[in-house]
Write a protein that binds this ligand. Structure first.
Ligand SMILES: CC(C)(COP(=O)(O)OP(=O)(O)OC[C@H]1O[C@@H](n2cnc3c(N)ncnc32)[C@H](O)[C@@H]1OP(=O)(O)O)[C@@H](O)C(=O)NCCC(=O)NCCS
Length: 235
């Protein structure tokens, strides 16, 4: 059994841990969490030690304490998710994808390294999901869809066939996407019905979805805070 660390010791980190336990049983075991919140040093989460800061991953990898790691930071910090995943790759750590046994990945579909698929997620035939993606419960990626790296789907998101989604985009709970192309670093609001293609950096919401605003490249490099978000600081 290989040892795995999860970066981020909050709610989403717990979900990643639970998905690893169900989907990678017998192959990978989560042995610790790492987080940048120094107040968590010495605490435990789900009975596992929490170490700070995340930078300690480098020593853990060097000492052979862990063979792999996954990003457990939520959608409120999309650029942080991307940076942490690159760091894991540069350290040469394995990043297994964690697929719940209650998710379905068609044998002709592809799921990239480090992606986490929750119960009810479906990746249908000839669809491709990039690396470090998250598909929350009951999200449906229909046939021929292509999701770039670091894409994050809230629960109940549905894509019709052959939609392309750019890197780093977040699709909110229950959104339906029936257009052809969603740009990079896009935010789609909960419950939206997306009928028109979305340009890079746009935040859209509503039925049919309309552009609320387009973020500047600088804003896109920062984390965004979602409505009713209760955890303002990054891990
Ligand atoms: C779209 C979203 C990102 C906008 O957040 P924001 O930039 O903070 O925007 P605001 O809350 O300031 O709202 C701006 C306007 O859009 C409206 N709006 C916000 N979210 C909306 C939504 N999902 N659908 C329709 N309208 C929405 C607001 O009512 C407001 O309208 P007003 O200007 O007429 O008052 C956010 O509301 C959202 O839907 N997040 C998704 C949350 C989610 O699915 N989380 C899952 C985690 S796994």
């Amino acid at each position: 059994m290989k040892a795995l660390a999860i970066l981020g010791a909050r709610e989403h980190g717990k979900v990643v841990c639970a998905t690893v336990a169900d989907g990678l049983a017998g192959r990978w075991e989560t042995t610790c969490f790492l987080d940048d919140n120094g107040a968590l040093e010495g605490s435990t989460l789900l009975g596992l030690p929490v170490y700070t800061p995340i930078e300690r991953i480098e020593a853990f990898a060097g000492e052979g304490r862990i063979q792999g790691a996954l990003v457990g930071v939520s959608c409120n910090h999309m650029p942080v998710r991307k940076a942490l995943f690159s760091r894991l790759r540069s350290l040469g750590l394995e990043t297994p994808s964690a697929v719940s046994p209650a998710a379905h990945v068609n044998s002709r579909a592809e799921v990239g390294a480090g992606s986490v698929l929750c119960p009810g997620a479906v990746v249908h035939a000839f669809a491709r999901v990039g690396a470090n993606c998250v598909l929350y419960s009951n999200s449906v990626v229909e046939h021929e869809c292509i999701l770039g790296d670091n894409v994050y789907l809230g629960p109940g998101v549905s894509f019709c066939a052959a939609v392309e989604v750019g890197r780093g985009s977040f699709i909110g709970t229950g959104a339906s996407v029936v257009c052809r192309k969603v740009g990079e670093d896009v935010v789609v609001g909960a419950g939206a019905v997306v009928v028109d293609d979305i340009p890079d950096g746009a935040i859209v919401a509503g039925v049919p979805a309309r552009i609320l605003r387009i973020r500047t490249p600088e804003e896109r490099r920062k984390s965004f805070i979602l409505r009713n978000h209760t955890q303002p600081s990054p891990p």
